[in-house]
Ligand binder design. Structure first.
Ligand code: IMP
Length: 191
């Protein structure tokens, strides 16, 4: 089986190719020569993941899957959520996003949050969604240097290290994305 993963993120590709080696061939956007800007105009993770997968199907004709992830913070009614990558503005970096988050949560006792990943799959004319989430809390200051995005401020439940202190190997066993990816791979391998 051959399927497109609507991403050029090397880490995501490496992770899924490792699990599916010899069974499913995963093509990236550059493998199919997609240089277009894929729309991410949805207001939910589900909508954005589907938009991306549908764009590839409509434009290139391939069966495809796409993912979208957000950090949902209880005390902020689920914000930044679908806007996680540009929480502090269009031209912001992860440090700006974390600084804004810590600022918004200043003085708040409820620090509960979760990372949630949705993967949308378009296969043989059918649509399916796979979800993974990990619960935790936002600590008061950044800790650790591994990972990316909000990792230095996210403490997963049951751990005393942030995602950025755990390191990639440990994080990738328990993460939101790993959970959603396992569900997707299980489905693909059973079809
Ligand atoms: P994407 O949908 O995977 O591109 O993720 C959107 C945004 O969510 C990223 O730009 C990060 O800000 C944040 N994010 C996603 N996954 C993670 C993670 O595993 N750790 C920290 N931040 C993440």
């Amino acid at each position: 089986m051959k399927i497109v993963f609507a991403t050029n993120n090397k880490h995501k590709l490496h992770e899924i190719r490792k699990i599916t080696a010899g069974k499913i061939e995963i093509l990236s956007l550059s493998d199919i020569h997609c240089r277009e800007e894929i729309p991410e105009t949805g207001t939910t993770l589900e909508e954005n993941a589907l938009l991306k997968a549908q764009f590839i199907k409509d434009t290139f004709g391939f069966d495809c899957f796409a993912d979208d992830t957000g950090l949902e913070v209880d005390a902020l009614d689920g914000v930044p959520g679908v806007y996680s990558s540009r929480y502090a503005g269009e031209a912001c970096d992860p440090q700006d996003n974390m600084d804004k988050l810590l600022h918004e949560l200043q003085g708040k006792r409820d620090r509960k949050a979760r990372f949630r990943t949705v993967i949308a799959l378009l296969l043989n004319g059918e649509k399916r969604l796979f979800e993974g989430e990990i619960k935790g809390r936002i600590i008061e200051e950044k800790r650790g240097t591994a990972g990316f995005g909000y990792d230095p401020v996210f403490l997963p439940d049951g751990y005393n290290k942030t995602f950025a202190e755990l390191g990639d190997d440990e994080k990738n066993k328990i993460s939101h994305r790993a959970i959603a990816t396992r569900k997707l791979v299980e489905f693909l391998l059973s079809n």
